[in-house]
Design a protein around this ligand. Structure first.
Ligand code: DGY
Length: 425
């Protein structure tokens, strides 16, 4: 069974491979997505080690001069997706969007480096990526942490990767929809509307894009101009983990100054993250920078920090929290607490389980010694695939496959899980 699933996963990677980058799935997402690529490289490694590096190198070939690594790279025309390059107008040689996504690259590159069979190649390619990842991290702190708090804000829900999370609902009320004009969504041509964000949310997504476009994508202006500035603990944890991993790599490659800088940054961020811990919820919460208050929404964004070497007390509480969730759902980890009134088990980030988040959470739990909780997450993830195929996400109660099918990062995570558990040699 495991070998069969493994082979299917490898086929999906091949099916979505465009040579030097991979589409998340044909139709719904026909370009290169930032965190999809970085995480997918981990699965690609088991198929073709060199190709895994290429995936991340292609992403960084489109890094902006200011250090930002865009969330989508529009390698070729495809009118099956909206909003395309004509909406973003970022004026790049190869068009890209003008916002970013969770910075998992530092983590992924370290993993590729430490696993490398061809160590000489890996060290050379990691050394070339190192300053680029560092420049991206620098960009985050100058563009998204103007007051030097140690934590960065996202300015658009798409940056979080958790597009329609309940976390953004209240802050999103401040984003107007006037002046957006008519537009034709294409996502609904490819998938069930009940699994996707609402039209109202889309209008606000587009309004923000138009605002930023009007500021010529100048990072010095975007933060303060945006009515949406949210500190997402999950997003920050990914950045902190990448800083920690970048520091470790820098050390092993003799870049001691860079290592020290990333360590200092991560220590400061971890201290600041503590302020977002909620005793009531037993998890971290988002912080709305515009109103200066936490957002009391029990989403997976507040559990993800276990990925980032947080302190023992909080990682133990998160393991306990996930064990409790495990009694409420058939398949861990729901992206929103099922007891919350806003929970919706099939609608994108308002309830469904996602294998990439399961992977990052289980990685952190294992490191902290919570092996049983991690094992349950991994076993649920594999069961979801056995029953529902390689979907984008799954209803955590029923296992119903949702969103796009034949998904690259789902396949990559399955490969990871089967290799890590030793189910496939
Ligand atoms: C989409 O188009 O749904 C993406 O999630 C934006 O990145």
């Amino acid at each position: 069974m495991s070998t069969n699933i493994f082979n299917q996963a490898v086929e999906i990677l091949a099916r979505n491979d465009q040579g030097h980058y991979t589409v998340p799935t044909h139709g719904l997402y026909p370009f290169q997505w930032n965190w999809d690529s970085a995480l997918s490289s981990l699965g690609q490694y088991y198929v073709d080690e060199s190709r895994a590096w290429t995936e991340i190198e292609t992403l960084f070939a489109h890094q902006w001069d200011d250090g930002m690594v865009p969330h989508i790279i529009f390698h070729k025309d495809d009118d099956g997706y909206y909003p395309g390059p004509e909406v973003w107008q970022t004026n790049r040689p190869v068009p890209t969007t003008g916002i970013t996504q969770p910075p998992v690259a530092g983590f992924a590159v370290r993993r590729l480096l430490e696993r490398a069979k061809d160590t000489e190649m890996a060290r050379r390619r990691a050394a070339a990526l190192l300053p680029k990842i560092a420049a991206w991290h620098d960009w985050f702190y100058k563009a998204r942490d103007p007051e030097n708090t140690g934590l960065v804000a996202i300015l658009h829900p798409w940056e979080s990767g958790r597009d329609n999370s309940v976390d953004w609902d209240a802050a999103f009320e401040r984003v107007p929809t006037e002046g957006v004009g008519e537009f034709q969504r294409r996502d609904l041509n490819h998938t069930n509307p009940a699994h996707r964000p609402t039209q109202e949310q889309y209008k606000r997504y587009i309004w923000l894009v138009q605002l930023f476009r009007g500021l010529n994508w100048d990072y010095t202006k975007l933060h303060d101009a945006s009515p949406f500035q949210v500190v997402d603990p999950g997003f920050n944890a990914i950045l902190l983990r990448s800083s920690q991993d970048l520091a470790a790599m820098a050390e092993s490659l003799g870049e001691t100054e860079l290592a020290a800088k990333e360590r200092t940054r991560s220590d400061k961020g971890l201290r600041a993250l503590n302020d977002l811990w909620s005793e009531k919820r037993q998890q971290y919460l988002c912080y709305d920078r515009v109103i200066g208050d936490v957002i009391d929404s029990p989403s997976i964004g507040g559990l993800l920090p276990v990925f980032a070497h947080i302190d023992k007390e909080h990682s133990t509480a998160i393991a306990r929290h996930i064990d409790e969730l495990g009694k409420r759902v058939k398949y861990l980890v729901p992206s929103h607490h099922p007891d919350d009134e806003n929970y919706d088990g099939a609608r994108y980030w308002r309830g469904p389980a996602w294998l990439i988040v399961n992977y990052m959470i289980s990685d952190g739990l294992k490191r902290e010694g919570h092996h049983d909780t991690a094992a349950r997450i991994i076993s649920d993830s594999v069961k979801l695939i056995e029953t529902g195929g390689f979907a984008e996400y799954f209803d955590p109660m029923t296992g119903e496959p949702c969103g796009g099918l034949h998904f690259t990062w789902t396949a990559a995570m399955v490969i990871e899980f089967l290799k890590l558990t030793g189910e496939v040699a």
